[in-house]
Design a protein around this ligand. Sequence first.
Ligand code: PBG
Length: 328
Amino acid sequence: MTAFPRVRPRRLRTTPAMRGLVRETRLDPGQLIAPVFVREDIAAPVPISSMPGQFQFDLDSLRRYAARCAEAGLGGIDLFGVPGTRDATGSAALAAEGILNRGIAAVREEVGDALVVIADTCLDEFTDHGHCGVLDEEGRVDNDATLELYAQMALAQARAGTHMVSPSGMMDGQVGVIRDALDAEGFEEVAILAYSAKYASAFYGPFREAVASTLRGDRRSYQQDPANLREGVREALLDVEEGADIVMVKPALSSLDVIAAVAAVSPVPVAAYQVSGEYAMVEAAAERGWIAREAVIEETLTAIRRAGADLILSYWALEVAEGRLSTP
Ligand code: PBG
């Protein structure tokens, strides 16, 4: 009898211990970041209907959530603000008493350095028109006028105590302008998580509910065309040149090729954002009993890491870190 086949990859799949021994990709809570929403003028958490299990927090419940994240060994928390009032220039984003800056201060007071506290540095939650920047007379998003506001916003966040700012508006030059502003005010240690390859994606739908977005139209004149890979790599390299400490690709699951391409050339860590629509799809299908919820969550996160993401922003971060997902 000839021993055929001689090569049997199945040998390494025989038992759970064997599979564990040769597993190439693992999820470490220290590499996960929880995106959270802090809302003005509420006294208790408000559920986000298109993101079951996620909430807009008031300042007290935000503190408790952040404490849990720290306790669970999560890497970080990323704060988004939902202000009570909005205007054309998003002035509540810059005010020390604005809800996002108050949220940053509250979380820092609660967790100190146990978590990396990250702030979203973008105007869309604060403008009455819902765009990520200010508009010119023709109603177009004015790149350079917006940069000045991003610099001020980043400074306000640094003063509130954030460890990291994260410009997500896709304005040209945003990383460089923010780096210069931070350095000029003595915030050399505040890091920049750059949304580098951020696509104009329909997967952000539920997030718009989460922040009560007023946007009409779309963001295609500043966010990238999902058809483009090369452009995503170019954006990431530009952000590195401008001083980004971490570059990010977003959304995650529909951009695994972009994550891989950026990871292949990036000299800095690569993050991926598993966005609201990715979360909502899995939760909705699981609710109908059509997929095995926890296995799918684990599989998506693992795939994003395997593609090359060093860290992941995910609405499931705390659940994973608390070990509430059962490992297959
Ligand atoms: C904009 C921003 C968005 C998200 C994160 N930052 C929305 C957008 O670009 O329209 C989406 C995140 C998600 O869908 O989970 N500041």
